[in-house]
Ligand binder design. Structure first.
Ligand code: PMP
Length: 420
C-alpha cells in the first residue's frame, strides 16, 4: 500500500536489471551502500567527458565550467539540508572524514583536559574512535549514553550524563546496526540548554528522512554520498558558519590558502579553508545528481515503503525456530537485524548470497553496541526505495530453506504473482 512507483524507480538502476546469464540481484545491503541510478553514473561520466578541469584556479573556460558545476553541486547540497549559506557545506570523502575534520580541527583546538564528550551506545565506529582518541590525547572524558532493551536511547541517562563539562554531544540520527531513530530534535535542544555543541551523524538518514539543519539547529551534521544513491568518495560536513570561522584548518596545501610565503600562510575563507588539495570534483557532480533523484521522491513515502518492507520481512521470518530480533525500537527505519540460534551469521550470509540475496553480517562497524548486546554480530537486511515485496518474499523463503529441513517448510509462501 504505497503510492511510490517502485517498478518505474527500479528501472532507473542498471545493476538491478535482470540479465540473461546471472540470477537477479536481491540487494538488501543498502545501509552499507546504495545502488546508483543511471543518471548519477551519467553525471560522473559526463563530467569527465565534457567538463574535466581543475577547479578554482585556471583562466580557461573548461576550468570555469568545472568550477561552476562544482559550486552548483554545493548549492544543491545546501538546499537539500536547508543550510543558510553554501559556505556551510564542506566537501569531504564521506561521513568518516567529516567527523575527523571536526575532531581534528574543533576538537584538538578547543577541547581541554577535564572536558566531557558525550556519545551513545548506538554509534558507528566513525563516531566513536575519533572522540575516544581525542579524549585520550587531551585528558578529556568520553561518556556513553546507554540504551534500553529495545535498543532505544535511555533519555534519563542522556540527561544525567549531560553536564556543564559536556562540550560536545556526538549523536547518530539513525543506527546503522539496528535501525533505531533517535529523537534528535529534543536531544539537540537539551544539549544546547546544557551549553554543549552537537554533531549529528546523519549517514543513515539522508536517504530516508528530510534533513533541515536550521530546524534541527545542530552545530555539525555529516553524511556520505554513497548511502543516498550517490558515488563513494564524496560526503559532506555541515557546520554553522560562526564555528567554521573560528575553527583552524586541519589539512594544509593548495586550495585552502589565500597567500603563502615561506615564512607564513594566510588561509582562504570558508568553505575552502577546509578543502586542501584537488577535491573529488566528479563526486560532487555525482552527489548533486543523486540529490536531484531524491528530490523527485517524497521521502515520507520512501520511508514508509522501506518500513513496510522491513515489517513484512519480519512477519515472514519471525516463526523460524531460534530467531531473535535486535531491531526493536519503536521508532525505526527499514532495517531488520537478527540472529538465528544454531546458525552462524556468516554461514547465513554465504548461503543467502548463493541464492542471489545480498545482506550484511557481522558487527556493522558498531562493536561496542554488539558488546552491549552480548553478541558478535547480526544478520542485517536494510531496505531502499527500489526494493519490492517480491524480494522480501524471496529473502524469507531462502532463509526458511537455509534454516529448516526441506521436509518441513511451513514458512514457505507463494511469491506474489505480479512484480511490483
Ligand atoms: N555513521 C554511520 C551511522 C554509518 O552507517 C556509516 C557507514 N556505515 C558511517 C558513519 C561512515 O560512513 P563512511 O564509511 O561513508 O564514511
Amino acid at each position: 500500500t504505497t503510492s511510490l512507483n517502485v517498478k518505474a524507480i527500479r528501472k532507473l538502476f542498471p545493476i538491478l536489471q535482470p540479465s540473461a546469464n546471472s540470477q537477479p540481484l536481491v540487494y538488501l545491503d543498502n545501509a552499507a551502500t546504495t545502488q546508483k541510478p543511471l543518471t548519477v553514473i551519467q553525471a560522473i561520466n559526463d563530467y569527465y567527458q565534457n567538463s574535466n578541469a581543475n577547479v578554482h584556479r585556471a583562466s580557461h573556460q573548461l576550468s570555469t565550467k568545472a568550477t561552476l558545476g562544482f559550486e552548483k553541486a554545493r548549492q544543491t547540497v545546501q538546499q537539500f539540508i536547508n543550510a543558510s549559506t553554501s559556505a556551510e557545506v564542506i566537501w569531504t570523502r564521506g561521513a568518516t572524514e567529516a567527523i575527523n575534520l571536526v575532531a581534528y580541527s574543533y576538537g584538538y583546538h578547543f577541547i581541554k583536559a577535564g572536558d566531557e564528550i558525550l556519545i551513545t551506545s548506538l554509534e558507528h565506529h566513525a563516531n566513536i574512535v575519533p572522540w575516544q582518541q581525542l579524549a585520550k590525547a587531551k585528558g578529556a572524558k568520553l561518556k556513553v549514553v546507554s540504551i534500553n532493551e529495545a535498543g532505544e536511547l535511555n533519555k534519563q541517562d542522556f540527561s544525567k550524563k549531560l553536564s556543564k563539562k559536556t562540550k560536545l554531544v556526538c549523536l547518530s540520527h539513525i543506527s546503522n546496526a539496528i535501525g533505531t531513530i533517535n529523537p534528535i530534535h529534543q536531544l539537540i535542544q537539551e544539549a544546547h540548554d546544557a551549553g554543549a555543541l552537537v554533531l549529528v551523524d546523519a549517514a543513515q538518514s539522508a536517504a530516508h528522512t528530510k534533513l533541515d539543519v536550521q530546524t534541527l539547529s545542530c552545530d555539525f551534521l555529516v553524511f556520505s554520498g554513497h548511502k543516498l544513491y550517490g558515488p563513494t568518495g564524496i560526503g559532506v560536513l555541515y557546520a554553522k558558519r560562526a564555528l567554521l570561522d573560528m575553527m583552524p584548518p586541519w589539512q594544509m596545501g593548495g586550495e585552502m590558502i589565500e597567500q603563502v610565503t615561506l615564512e607564513d600562510t594566510r588561509f582562504n575563507c570558508v568553505p575552502f579553508k577546509f578543502e586542501a588539495g584537488t577535491p573529488n570534483i566528479a563526486g560532487a557532480f555525482g552527489l548533486a545528481s543523486a540529490i536531484e533523484f531524491i528530490n523527485q521522491l517524497d521521502l515520507n513515502q520512501v520511508k514508509q515503503h522501506e518500513i513496510a518492507l522491513a515489517s513484512y520481512a519480519e512477519s515472514l521470518i519471525q516463526h523460524l525456530p531460534g530467531i531473535r530480533f535486535y531491531s526493536k525500537a519503536n521508532d525505526r527505519i527499514g532495517i531488520i537485524s537478527f540472529l538465528i540460534k544454531g546458525h552462524h551469521p556468516q554461514d547465513i550470509g554465504l548461503l543467502l548470497d548463493q541464492k542471489g540475496i545480498a545482506v550484511r553480517v557481522g558487527h556493522h562497524c558498531a562493536m561496542p553496541l554488539m558488546q552491549h548486546l552480548n553478541i558478535n554480530g547480526t544478520i542485517r537486511a536494510s531496505f531502499a526505495v527500489y526494493n519490492t515485496t517480491q524480494e522480501v518474499e524471496q529473502f524469507a523463503n531462502a532463509l526458511a530453506d537455509i534454516c529448516q529441513p526441506a521436509t518441513m517448510v511451513p514458512t514457505h509462501i507463494e511469491l506474489a504473482s505480479s512484480e511490483q
